[in-house]
Ligand binder design. Structure first.
Ligand code: NAP
Ligand code: HSE
Length: 440
């Protein structure tokens, strides 16, 4: 039993995730008590708008708009933050840790940006900070990287880590749903971030990949260390052309370690139709981790939504409550914060995407005239970029324009970008519509 008597939880946020967590704590209290060995009580729930009507299963007397009802209540020993964003969530987390409370958060932005500071606060105050729900909803990837896979030198992490964009691209590819309609549906289902730009422009995936890379490679990676390209430039025709070429388009996140350098990137990419990731649809996420001992390990599951995320938050709460009940502490994850001597475990270099070697897919609007392709091919050839295929599409006789889709053999990103800038300046090129990487 805990030497502090009761285990009381203060929940900050009662939205998509918070609602699920509150109901799980209230309705599964007996099962949770059995797993912990002691009752775990939901004592207070912080919301922004006290006048909103709430799920009738949640007792109104638990709901407050005053954060001090949680932060200054000495009886609350665990705070679960599911508000999201930096302000005021980051301040609440710091206050909770400084006040000696254990913390669970689903907030990837705060963990990615302020992880080291928060873990240092947790260590100073001899409390724990768990964040399983911050990456990939119901998939237990954080705990595995922090614990079960520790024996490995991790070589790479590769996968789909944003449910909203995977849902949008799946709807566009399979049902020809317009982009905005697919996004509206993702928002209605509660998958999207408060500002869906974070999903669409790859920002959410950047936060998650910065967290995963820090855990996997034991070196701190900040969001700025991750290359980012969103999905907003994709049009239904890209899916059609990709399929003709034997590919699906997926929102990928990739971090690889080679010669002491980590290259991390988030962008849509073409993947072969028979590739495992091509079959991961809707809000499902999948992550493949390659380790020195475990080889290739695959995680697959629901990456967003109330229930999967509740699973991760409540799992962390139970873990903390068990530690409180048995009076055992847990070391804070040093890989995301400075160790006892103030230094990170390792300091790996951040690689530039310029050095990436990849195959590419390129879509251009051009004048429909003889010799256009020759001019483009000549510039690409001068840049050392060899063409794998060329398709001419959608010729508009009236406008005298055509669409050209090119795929390349492996080429260096810097050369591709440089050559593409030259191609874009050609008088016969109306517009460079899309440049996507192809991951085999
Ligand atoms: P949400 O539905 O927008 O809920 C946010 C909650 O926080 C609401 O209850 C809101 O209060 C409360 N809140 C907002 N600002 C506040 C403030 N200044 N003071 C007090 N309370 C405030 O968000 P969500 O989808 O549950 O996401 C919460 C967190 O989980 C985010 O960090 C998100 O990235 C993460 N996450 C979400 C998912 C998902 O699928 N949704 C999955 C994994 C992780 P009111 O109810 O009064 O408006
Ligand atoms: N908006 C996020 C997503 C929620 O769609 O993946 C889960 O972190």
């Amino acid at each position: 039993m805990s030497d502090r008597g009761e285990i009381n939880v203060g929940l900050m946020g009662l939205g998509v995730v918070g609602g699920g967590v509150a109901i799980a704590l209230l309705e599964q209290s007996e099962e949770i008590a059995r797993k912990v060995g002691q009752p775990v009580k939901l004592k207070s729930i912080l919301v922004r708008d006290g006048s909103k009507s709430r799920d009738p299963r949640i007792p109104a007397e638990l709901v407050t708009t005053n954060p001090e009802d949680i932060l200054s209540d000495p009886a609350i020993n665990i705070v679960a933050e599911v508000i999201g964003g930096i302000d005021p969530a980051a301040g609440f987390l710091k206050d909770a840790l400084s006040g000696g409370k254990h913390v669970v958060t689903a907030n990837k932005e705060v963990v990615a940006k302020f992880g080291p500071e928060l873990f240092s606060l947790a260590q100073q105050n001899r409390v724990n900070l768990l964040f399983e729900a911050s990456v990939c909803g119901g998939i237990p990837i954080v705990g595995c990287l922090m614990n079960q896979l520790l024996a490995n030198e991790i070589h790479s992490i590769r996968g789909i880590i944003n449910g909203t964009t995977n849902y949008i691209l799946t709807q566009m590819a399979h049902h020809h749903t317009p982009f905005q309609q697919a996004l509206d549906e993702a928002q209605k289902q509660g998958y999207a971030e408060a500002d869906p730009t974070n999903d669409v422009e790859g920002i959410d995936a950047v936060y998650k990949l910065a967290i995963l890379a820090s855990l996997a490679f034991h070196s701190r990676f900040a969001p700025e260390d991750v290359f980012r390209q969103g999905i907003s430039s994709l049009e239904p025709r890209d899916f059609q052309y990709a399929e003709e070429l034997g590919y699906a388009i997926k929102p990928l996140a990739i971090a690889t370690l080679s010669d002491g350098t980590v290259q991390a990137r988030v962008h849509p990419a073409l993947v072969p139709l028979d590739h495992m990731l091509a079959k991961v649809d809707g809000i499902y996420n999948a992550i493949e981790v390659e380790g020195s001992l475990c080889g290739h390990v695959l995680f697959h599951g629901m990456g967003a939504g109330r229930e999967p995320t509740t699973s991760a938050v409540v799992g962390d709460l139970i873990e903390l409550a068990r530690n409180l009940a048995s009076n055992t502490g847990m070391p804070a994850p040093a890989s995301l914060g400075p160790g006892a001597d103030g230094a990170y475990n390792r300091q790996l270099r951040v690689g530039s995407t310029d050095d990436l070697t990849s195959k590419y897919y390129l879509r251009l609007d051009v004048a429909d005239r003889p010799g256009v392709l020759a001019q483009i091919a000549s510039i690409l050839g001068d840049g050392g970029i060899s063409l794998a295929s060329v398709l001419q599409k959608d010729t508009d006789a009236e406008q005298q324009t055509a669409e050209i889709v090119i795929t390349t053999h492996p080429a260096r990103e810097a050369s591709v970008q440089e050559s593409l800038a030259k191609v874009a300046r050609l008088e016969v090129v109306r517009e460079v519509k899309n440049l996507l990487r192809i991951e085999e």
